[in-house]
Write a protein that binds this ligand. Structure first.
Ligand SMILES: Nc1nc2c(c(=O)[nH]1)N[C@H]1C(S)=C(S)[C@@H](COP(=O)(O)O)O[C@H]1N2
Ligand SMILES: [Mo]
Length: 380
């Protein structure tokens, strides 16, 4: 298992056609509550602003959607909607401070994509709270030390480290500094009157049960997705910070494996917790009955996953292998995904809420794999 995902293996997802853009012509405008509205080219960003690098494990909010029952109509990710890359670009904080943006707590920055919608009239726009923008968001123009590839947002994209992929707007066109998130009639139909900016923030990518009406809202009292799920006062959480999660990479499902010379099998995987730290990893070889502590084998890195292993003294037989992680706040992956009949919309150790678009699932049991341990060939 690799810590860094090679670009060719990094998952790709967007809801429209990939636009054909040229870095020579493309600019990002900074608008809204700023002293001076400007248009910035990639060249200006590279030459006049500091450069910084962030690691980011990006997970699609729909990762693991394939495990919902009844099934959800959308990209049916199993567990492959997650990757780790190193992104380089301009810290957003430096741009906002140069142009006199209002960066008080409670402000938002709405990032607008330059997608090329085919038949829809929705503009891809996401609002990010100012506290997160100032902490670590960047305007990225490089990925793993190479020019950003077209499908990952060339020439410029927003990177929101540790948050679900949907927040990291590709082909970034505009950053609008505002007092609320993208909301209300003026954004439903902005400027030319027939472009809708609110759908991807207010209607999609919010966690809701089967038939509930989702009301648009100008703000939300906490940003961490798990905290929103836990809060009785928040109705339809926004998918911001990634929930604690883990995956086993070796052995892979339905494999037969033989132990090494010493009779052990090294189980290896990754664990992450968005922009929180992942602090504990446990491994089970009997489908979640008994748990053993795994050990992290890569150092902690903000906003990125950590590799872990568990050295398992394995006898021959059939086993069900699974892992579960806990974050720095003591929040642990739940066992299964609920059904709509459960009408469960909170959090506990047992179940993750079923929701109609299949967002945010971090249950471990759907990820368990059956492994056959065969003779090691070791001489007795
Ligand atoms: N402009 C734009 N940005 C976008 C999207 C999109 O449709 N348009 N999709 C988002 C979603 S849902 C995800 S999961 C990530 C995926 O980023 P990647 O393709 O670089 O992995 O991009 C996000 N940024
Ligand atoms: Mo996504």
């Amino acid at each position: 298992m690799k810590w860094l995902t090679p670009i060719e293996e990094h998952f790709v997802l967007h809801r429209s056609n990939t636009p054909e853009l040229s870095a020579d012509e493309w600019t990002v405008s900074v608008t809204g509550m700023v002293d001076e509205e400007v248009e910035l080219s990639k060249e200006v960003l590279q030459e006049e602003f500091p450069t910084t690098t962030v690691a980011h494990t990006m997970e699609c909010a729909g990762n693991c959607r394939a495990y919902f029952d009844p099934a959800i109509e959308s990209v049916a990710w199993e567990f492959d909607g997650v990757s780790t890359a190193i992104w380089s670009g301009t810290p957003l904080e430096s741009v906002l401070s140069r142009y006199g943006a209002n960066t008080e707590d409670g402000m938002w920055v709405t990032a607008i994509g330059g997608d090329d919608p085919k038949d829809g009239d929705d503009v891809f726009a996401r609002s990010i709270p100012m506290s997160k923008i100032l902490r670590d968001c960047i305007l990225a123009y490089e990925m793993n030390d190479r020019d950003l590839p077209k499908e990952h947002g060339y020439p410029l994209r927003l990177i929101v480290p540790g948050w679900y992929g949907v927040n990291s707007v590709k082909w970034l066109n505009e950053l609008h500094v505002m007092e609320k998130m993208v909301y209300g009639p003026e954004w439903d139909a902005r400027r030319d009157g027939d472009l809708y900016y609110t759908r991807w923030q207010q209607e999609r990518y919010r966690i809701a049960q089967a038939d509930e009406r989702i009301d648009p809202q100008p703000t939300v009292s906490t940003f961490d997705t798990w905290e929103q799920l836990e809060s009785p006062d928040i109705d339809h959480p926004f998918t911001f910070d990634q929930n604690v999660m883990s995956l086993i990479g070796y052995p892979a499902g339905n494999d037969s494996v033989s132990p090494r010379e010493d009779g052990c099998i090294e189980i290896v995987g990754t664990a992450w917790a968005g922009d929180d730290e992942v602090t504990e990893i446990e491994v089970s070889v009997d489908g979640g009955e008994t748990w053993y502590d795994g050990e992290f084998i890569s150092p902690p890195c903000p906003n990125a996953w950590r590799l872990f292993r568990y050295v398992w003294d394995a006898d021959t037989g059939t086993y069900e292998i699974v892992s579960r992680a806990t974050d720095e706040h003591g929040r642990r992956q739940p066992a299964t995904i609920a059904t709509p009949e459960d009408e469960f919309d909170g959090t506990d150790d047992e179940t993750y809420p079923w929701n109609r678009r299949g967002y945010g699932a971090n249950a471990y049991m759907p990820l368990s794999t059956t492994v056959e341990v065969v003779e090691s060939g070791r001489s007795v």
